[in-house]
Design a protein around this ligand. Structure first.
Ligand SMILES: CC(C)(COP(=O)(O)OP(=O)(O)OC[C@H]1O[C@@H](n2cnc3c(N)ncnc32)[C@H](O)[C@@H]1OP(=O)(O)O)[C@@H](O)C(=O)NCCC(=O)NCCS
Length: 164
């Protein structure tokens, strides 16, 4: 049983997300972020109004993770607004697959750099970004409203991207 699931997890199917996925994405967001989760109106903005592209990872047609990247007019810098994987599926390579897809999308959108912020105590996120070639560019004190592991500080990362 476990082996079967692991085989499927190692090959999540990625597709573009849309407003139609908001219920499932809200569930992932709440389970992954808890009290730090974006609320429904914020996710509706992210999926339906913002200049953004959302990718969802599915296993057996169920969404198990998502990533949303924002773009700005006349800017070649994209911004990862959110990336989250259902806790039951974390540590299986889905976060890394979503991050790679965000990078590919950003390149298609003619961006040359990706930026993001994360909590300074968010070990899994730090490991994901550091292991994917993101460079720490700034510590930002009290960036977040609600502390994570006792800290409201953020770390800003960036990565230069280019067509291979
Ligand atoms: C951060 C997150 C998206 C990573 O997704 P994931 O599918 O678990 O990550 P992957 O399996 O692709 O692993 C990526 C790296 O993170 C590490 N990692 C994953 N979970 C971890 C954990 N709980 N503790 C420490 N490291 C962890 C992995 O070891 C891997 O590093 P490695 O290749 O050097 O071993 C996921 O843990 C998550 O949704 N967390 C809650 C929401 C969040 O914090 N999002 C990021 C906000 S900026």
């Amino acid at each position: 049983m476990k082996t079967t699931r692991m085989m499927k997890i190692s090959e999540p199917i990625l597709r573009r997300g849309s407003l139609e996925d908001i219920e499932e994405i809200t569930g992932i967001e709440n389970r992954a972020f808890g009290k730090h989760a974006y609320d429904y109106p914020e996710l509706r903005y992210m999926l339906g109004i913002a200049n953004s592209i959302t990718t969802v990872a599915t296993v057996n047609d169920r969404i198990v993770g998502y990533a949303s990247v924002f773009f700005r007019k006349n800017s070649r810098i994209s911004h990862i607004e959110s990336i989250a994987v259902d806790p039951d599926y974390q540590g299986s390579g889905i976060g890394r697959a979503l991050l790679r897809e965000v990078e590919n999308i950003s390149i298609e959108m003619k961006c040359t750099k990706i930026v993001l912020e994360t909590f300074e105590k968010n070990q899994s996120a730090l490991k994901l970004y550091e292991g994917s070639g993101y460079k720490l560019v700034e510590h930002v004190p009290n960036y977040y409203h609600i502390p994570y592991d006792g800290s409201r500080n953020a770390i800003k990362f960036e990565k230069n991207i280019e067509m291979k």
